[in-house]
Design a protein around this ligand. Structure first.
Ligand SMILES: Cc1cc2nc3c(=O)[nH]c(=O)nc-3n(C[C@H](O)[C@H](O)[C@H](O)COP(=O)(O)OP(=O)(O)OC[C@H]3O[C@@H](n4cnc5c(N)ncnc54)[C@H](O)[C@@H]3O)c2cc1C
Length: 412
């Protein structure tokens, strides 16, 4: 890497998974990094999260794969059921992980965050600092904060999530697209013989989908599960005070065991509700000394479980480009050129996959279920292999070089 780049300060806005990984990767590349987070405490809420082999390959380059895998439970297979329990499909995940030499793990978001924070060190994140925008000044950039603070750096990474303030300035006028469904997520100590560890259950109803799997044990050592209900509902809907659990139960009443029991066992305050939204793939992510990363750049719907995985890939590729280029702005453009095609492809694929899952009508759900029963698992594995493989490590990958076109694959 160019010597002067080591001496230049990089400002990261946002202390989510993307921002933390970017800061870790850039520090590892020899840069001075300051990270600003609006929250007063760096604590991730949001129950669980699955990370697939592509995320673990990226974490490996940060020296964190083992530590992250250790906080969760391996995801060995997915079983897809209809809400009444009828089997619709089965996807072995473990053989693919073995072939790729990486893990698939489901974990608590808070525990993942702790690992990332430990790796970054307590001196880097500056908390309680809400960024209001930036100004390009001379050869650098100045980040501005609500409390009047200003921070000058050589470049700025907007890792500030779906509602990114940095994206608003770099690419004005981007509108969010509501997926049509809201999510309710919970984490609870739970044990059941009908629900083995290592299996992720995906249960499909009419206009709704329930995901259930084990994560690592909590402080007490008891087994814990993570669950999520995603259900069609108008945007901006709210549950009445204390009504999140009732809202979930009203949608999954009569669904296969142990869904109702898991939800019943979850304390109301441990249930989180979030509308699922995304943005359409952007034509550009940055300009001059500024770029975007993670959800700020490519928020996608959750159906391929790739949002955080892609944010981690972004971080690793960004640091690689900074290490290789002799100029920071060139490094940012090279990073964008490598990341935009893959993330756009996965965003489209996630959207397509979601459109199939949440159908509501009697005929369309029957068609969905029939299709799921008939689709050969080799085809699903092929798609999964593309998603969770490591094309992001290919330095030649750029515009037009996407190795797998999901749309043409879907038409086959
Ligand atoms: C229901 C659901 C399930 C999901 N499951 C998975 C999964 O299994 N696997 C997976 O890979 N992905 C999953 N995702 C997606 C994943 O959660 C996101 O893609 C990921 O968290 C994005 O990380 P990020 O760091 O880019 O953004 P965020 O996590 O949104 O972090 C942004 C950070 O920036 C801070 N910030 C925002 N604005 C400012 C500001 N102005 N100034 C300073 N700080 C600011 C925020 O406080 C926040 O800490 C799921 C998403 C949902 C909704």
């Amino acid at each position: 890497m160019n010597r002067c780049m080591v001496e230049q300060r990089i400002i990261v806005i946002g202390g989510g998974i993307g921002g933390l990984c970017a800061a870790i990767a850039l520090r590892k590349a020899g840069c001075e990094v300051v990270l600003y987070e609006r929250a007063g405490e760096l604590r991730q809420v949001g129950a669980g999260l699955s990370l697939l082999p592509n995320a673990f390959r990226a974490l490996e380059t940060l020296g964190l794969a083992r530590e992250v895998a250790a906080v969760g439970k391996p995801w060995r297979e997915t079983r897809i059921h209809r809400s009444d329990g009828r089997v619709l499909g089965h996807l072995p995940v473990e053989p693919l992980c073995r072939t790729l030499g990486q893990s698939a793990v489901v974990m608590s978001r808070a525990e993942l965050h702790e690992v990332l924070l430990r790796a970054l060190g307590p001196d880097v994140p500056r908390l309680g600092a809400r960024c209001t925008g930036f100004r390009v000044e001379g050869t650098g950039v100045v980040a501005e904060f609500e409390d009047g603070r200003r921070e000058r750096g050589a470049c700025l990474i907007g890792a500030d999530g779906l509602n990114s303030i940095i994206r608003g300035q770099v690419v004005p006028g981007v509108t969010q697209r509501y997926s049509g469904h809201s999510s309710w997520r919970g984490m609870v100590e739970f044990e059941s013989p009908v629900f083995p560890e290592g299996t992720l259950f995906e249960v499909l109803g009419r206009g709704a989908r329930f995901v259930l799997c084990h994560i690592g044990p909590g402080a007490s050592g008891a087994k814990r599960v993570y669950w999520a209900l995603l259900a069609n509902t108008p945007a901006g809907g709210r549950d009445p005070e204390g009504g999140r659990k009732a809202s979930v139960l009203s949608r999954v009443g009569g669904w296969m065991a142990p869904i109702e029991a898991v939800v019943e066992a979850t304390p109301e305050e441990a249930i989180l509700r979030t509308d699922v939204s995304c943005i359409d793939p952007l034509d550009r992510w940055g300009e001059g000394p500024v770029t975007l990363l993670g959800d700020a750049a490519h928020a996608m719907v959750t159906d391929m479980a790739q949002g955080a995985c892609q944010a981690i890939e972004d971080a690793v590729v960004l640091a690689q480009c900074v290490r290789e280029a002799d100029d920071l702005e060139r490094a940012l453009r090279a990073y964008e050129a490598r990341r935009r095609p893959r993330t756009a492809e996965l965003a489209r694929l996630s959207w397509r996959s979601g459109s199939l899952r949440y159908v509501e009508g009697r005929v369309s759900t029957w068609l969905r279920d029939t299709l799921l029963r008939c689709v050969p698992s080799s085809l699903v594995e092929k798609q999964l292999r593309y998603v969770v493989g490591f094309p992001f490590l290919d330095a030649q990958a750029g515009p037009g070089s996407t190795p797998f076109r999901a749309e043409s694959w879907l038409k086959r």
